[in-house]
Unconditional design. Structure first.
Length: 332
């Protein structure tokens, strides 16, 4: 009897151990499948260009990297050599799909030309987040960027204080066909109101400092009555400002523009620019990664987010809040 009891006791112990082990294993498997459990996601970000000399794209990439670091994700940045090279961006998007990322973040270089390849991304089951610019299809899970129409309108409204009824206006835009160029130009024209009839020339610099410089010099030579220049991105703004400076027209030809590289801020301090609209590219990149992680972890996703903008003049340039926006990584 004692031997029988002893044998059953041993069997009971073994069954208890086996059951405990099974429960532990099941718990481990459930933990691995738990959407709240920390997991390293692989993200790819494709900006319009990777240009270390451009403050906007550098800050946007830094913001995305900061977001990935804080949220425990891996992010790879792949970009074209120039904003205008839409064909190269399309090829890079195709290359990124082969890497099977958990999510793809893209700043599309054109409103319609990249739509087909981005449709392929979505059809492949890869969540798509658009940053800075949009396309002609509503296929992204989230779109994060500046409210470009509103920013352009605010800049146009300020510009009306700089031009009288006699002076003419020149526009130095960036890439024709990009959503940002179209939205900003529409906002600028609406902000100018009646003064929009004074627009004498519109040129596209294809986001090239050198081309903006040459186009501006030619514009001012052909239309000497131009007294105000409006630039729609950093490349156009800096290229045009360098031309105005070299022609000795600083202060005579008033200038307003987009973005906030170190050179642009210096030109504002010097009085070459009267105002700049600064975007918040660090916010934009960070929010893009945040929305990607929300998609992957089943959290609420915002279909559209305005990353913000601010009009900066020489009068408010040194306010603490604006200094933090202008120099987000300076520790101020």
């Amino acid at each position: 009897m004692k031997k029988w009891m002893s044998k059953n006791h041993k069997i009971g112990i073994l069954m208890t151990v086996a059951l405990t082990f099974a429960v532990v294993c099941l718990g481990v498997r459930l933990a691995r499948n738990d959407p709240d459990e920390a997991e390293t996601y692989h993200l790819i970000f494709i900006p319009k260009t990777i240009d270390p000399a451009n403050g906007f794209w550098t800050a946007l990439i830094d913001g995305a990297k900061l977001g990935a670091e804080e949220m425990g994700a891996e992010i790879e940045v792949m970009g074209a050599g120039a904003e205008e090279d839409v064909e190269e961006q399309i090829e890079i998007i195709r290359q990124s799909m082969e890497k099977e990322p958990d999510a793809l973040l893209v700043a599309p270089g054109d409103y319609s030309e990249v739509s087909d390849v981005l449709q392929e991304v979505v059809d492949a089951g890869i969540p798509l987040i658009l940053l800075d610019s949009v396309i002609d299809r509503d296929i992204a899970v989230s779109e994060i960027g500046t409210d470009n129409y509103r920013a352009g309108k605010e800049l146009g409204e300020y510009a009306t204080t700089l031009v009288d009824g006699e002076g003419e206006i020149g526009i130095v835009s960036h890439v024709k066909g990009s959503s940002t160029a179209m939205e900003r130009s529409n906002g600028i024209c609406d902000g100018l109101g009646e003064a929009s009839h004074q627009i004498r020339s519109v040129v596209y610099c294809n986001s090239s400092y050198e081309k903006a410089y040459e186009l501006t010099k030619d514009m001012l030579d052909r239309y000497p009555q131009i007294s105000l220049l409006v630039a729609t991105n950093e490349y156009g703004a800096i290229g045009a400002a360098r031309a105005v400076n070299d022609l000795g027209l600083a202060g005579k030809v008033k200038m307003v523009g987009f973005d906030s590289s170190v050179e642009e801020i210096q030109l504002l301090e010097m009085g070459v620019f009267q105002a700049i609209i600064i975007q918040k590219p660090v916010n934009m990149g960070y929010l893009g990664v945040e929305q990607a992680i929300h998609v992957l972890t089943g959290k609420k996703v915002e279909p559209k987010l305005d990353s913000g903008s601010k009009l900066i003049t020489k009068e408010n340039l040194y306010e603490d809040e604006n200094q933090r926006l202008l120099y987000p990584f300076s520790g101020q």
